[in-house]
Design a protein around this ligand. Structure first.
Ligand SMILES: [Zn+2]
Length: 460
């Protein structure tokens, strides 16, 4: 018999691998969700499981559980939980629908010896309700490792509007992004929102060369009385899911100018990267305007104007602390500047044959799919190996943990990114203008035959 709260430290940094393989110990959960969003579960476990634990203190306040002799019951009052406070990281209600994290509605089965436990979960919902979860298979059954609950993806219950966007996966298999609108409305109407989602997601999936997983859940949360695209987050445990908060009064201009959805789907495309948060955030921050330019939503001058406005903050971090100690600015703008330096370095070292995007795709094809956990060191080594260079390895040593200034003014000059009055003007006569163009439009410049002294050179 036992109940308790599992204290999590840095829970978001923890991620467990793909859906549970067959392991020795399993727990079977049968869960029923009532129309009032009260969830009743029965649990039966193999020998070795000693207790069920709630995953955070707020879940604990709204959960009753009992467990003895390998069997137990629990009850989670999601309605009461979301009435006391709405947190996307726990549970959030919109109309007659609720979005929950795995750890909020599935208690953690603990063992004395820390052995792996597999969960098999079946869910029934009240008439008129439905469920959507990236953790569930086509029959609605969830099979995950218990440790996955630490960072388990979003599940939504209630009155939902579903749309399936088909994509081929990176392996060429059929896949889909399941778009689920929670129970609120948009002034523009669902069709306009769905068109915007389809365009943003298609551009990003195409950039990566296919969908990461056969199923990615995109839960769209309409926020009453609000404007604009407000917030997005990706959760990976047990399956990729994205929560996106959008004001119900969002207008067409805000959708056209939005960066959040593309940023989140850049994260959907890359493997889970351990350590150095600036690497994943820098990647998403750097690639997002480039992908939006390829969609036609931004002009090249706008992309470079944005970089010229923001990246100096990253250069300040590199000169002061290095990226590892750079805080929020270092994570996003320092990380993005590092990605620009890598992209320029890779394109120069390969005489224009490949850039950052090519090495990322190569790593992904080489077993680096989005559900894989990879360290920054492994990612960088694989990237350099794929392109036959050492650009990223050297840049990492230079800027991650140590302090080195970046000659940003010189870089803008070489790329032909020039300030003229309050504007950013692109100069096609600059020595690396070809490289600047290829970063944004993805074009491959003409690579000349090696010159007489054997050095390849690149013509615009
Ligand atoms: Zn991000």
């Amino acid at each position: 018999m036992g109940t308790g709260v599992l204290v999590l430290v840095g829970a978001l940094a923890i991620w467990a691998g793909p859906a549970a393989a067959v392991v020795g110990t399993a727990c079977r959960y049968e869960v029923a969700v009532s129309a009032a969003f009260v969830l009743e579960g029965t649990v039966r476990c193999d020998a070795g499981v000693t207790e069920l634990l709630t995953m955070n203190s707020r879940a604990d306040r709204h959960t009753k559980l009992a467990f003895d002799g390998g069997a137990g019951r629990y009850r989670v009052d999601l309605a009461a939980m979301t009435a006391s406070a709405r947190r996307l990281g726990e549970a959030f209600r919109i109309g007659n629908s609720v979005i929950v994290n795995g750890g909020t509605w599935l208690p953690y089965p603990d063992t004395i010896d820390g052995r792996p436990v597999a969960l098999e979960v079946t869910v029934t919902v009240a008439p008129g309700m439905s469920m959507a979860s990236a953790m569930a298979d086509a029959e609605g059954r969830i099979r995950i490792d218990a440790d996955t609950l630490f960072a388990a993806g979003y599940t939504v219950f209630g009155r939902l509007r579903r749309h399936s966007l088909p994509f081929a996966t990176v392996d060429g298999e059929p896949g889909q992004v399941l778009v689920v609108f929670l129970d609120g409305t948009f002034t523009l109407g669902d069709a306009a929102l769905l068109t915007w989602v389809r365009q943003s997601v298609t551009a990003t999936v195409n950039f990566w060369g296919g969908l990461s997983e056969p199923l990615v859940l995109l839960a769209v949360l309409p926020r009453s009385g609000r404007y604009g695209v407000l917030f997005g987050r990706v959760m990976r445990g047990g399956g990729l899911s994205v929560a996106l908060m959008v004001g119900e009064r969002v207008d067409a201009r805000a959708l056209a100018e939005d960066w959040v959805l593309v940023h989140e789907f850049v994260h959907v495309g890359h493997p889970h990267i351990k350590g150095d948060p600036w690497f994943a955030e820098g990647l998403a921050t750097y690639l997002e305007p480039i992908i939006r330019a390829r969609m036609g939503r931004l002009g090249p001058a706008q992309v470079w104007a944005g970089f010229r406005r923001r990246l100096p903050q990253g250069a300040t971090v590199m000169a002061a602390t290095g990226l590892a100690g750079g805080g929020f600015v270092g994570t996003y703008w320092g990380g993005a500047l590092w990605m620009l330096l890598a992209d320029v370095g890779l394109r120069q070292a390969t005489a224009g044959r490949a850039g950052l995007e090519h090495c990322l795709r190569a790593v992904r094809q080489d077993g680096g799919a989005a559900r894989r956990v990879i360290s920054v060191g492994e990612m960088i080594a694989a990237c350099d190996r794929a392109l036959g260079v050492d650009v990223m390895t050297r840049l990492y040593a230079r800027h991650a943990g140590s302090v080195h200034p970046v000659a940003l003014g010189r870089l803008w000059q070489d790329l032909g990114v020039r300030p003229v009055d309050a504007m950013t003007v692109l100069d096609d006569g600059a020595p690396l203008a070809w490289l600047r163009r290829s970063i944004v439009d993805g074009s491959m410049p003409v690579v000349a035959e090696p010159t007489e002294n054997g050095d390849p050179h690149v013509r615009p």
